[in-house]
Write a new protein. Sequence first.
Length: 264
Amino acid sequence: MRLSSPANPRIKAAAALKERKERERTGLFLIEGSREIARALAAGIEVVEAYCGEHLNPEEARTVAALGGLERHAVKEVSEPVLKKLSARENPAGVVAVARVPSPSLARFNPPQEALLLVAVGLEKPGNLGALLRSADAAGADAVLVVDGVDLYSPQVIRNSTGVVFSLPTFAAPEPMVLEWLEKQQIALVATTPHTDRVYWDADLRGSVAIVLGPEHTGLSDEWLNRARLKVRIPMQGQADSLNVSVTAALVLYEAKRQRRATE
C-alpha cells in the first residue's frame, strides 16, 4: 500500500526524527540517500523501516533491494510530498530509512599502536562535524571522538560525512570520560590553537596522538590546552582569521600521516 499523505501518523513520527529531542526520546534516527543507507547497512546499523519513492535511479533501486531483509510491511512506497516531508535536503533522495541509534562503547575500544585519533570538542554546526568526519576518514584516522556539541546522528552530519560516520570508529562521549580514556590509553594530546608559535608541520606527530579541535569562534577551553603535550597552529597569511575546522583537521592529519610514512 502506497502512503500518499504527509499527515499520516507514521510519516509524521518519522519526520519528527529530524529534531534532536525526538531522536533522543525514541533512540531512532533518519538516514537519507542510497549511499548513506548502504554504508549504514554495511556497518551493521539496524534499520527498522524504510520509505522509497515511486521513481528510483539504479543506485536507489539497489539500496531498496538490499533492504529486503526487513519485513515486507517495513518498506513502504511513498508519494513525492511524503518524501519531502521526511527529507532534510532541498532535493529529497529517493530512499529514507529509520534506524536505531547505535551505542558504540569508547571504554571497549582498543586503539592500535601509534594510534592517530581526532577529537572534536563542542562543534556547533552539523555540516562542520560531517565534513570533519569525511576528512578523518580520507586521511586514515583510526577513530574520532566527539565531545558535546552537535548530535552525531543529525541528518546534516550523516549527509556531510557521506555516511562514513557509520564506517569510521566514532564515539560521542562527555568530556570527563574522553579525557580519562585518553590518559588511560597514554595518548598524547595535540591541541590546535592560533595562540602558539609552533606551526603544525614543525611538531612531532608520530606515536599515539589525538589531534584536538574546538569551535572556530572560541577555540579549545583551558582544560584541553593545559592537558595538551603540544599546541600547534595553521599559518594564516591572508585576512581570514580562521579555517573551517574540517580543513584544519585534514591538514594536521595528513601531516601526521606523512611523518609516519617517512619513518617506516
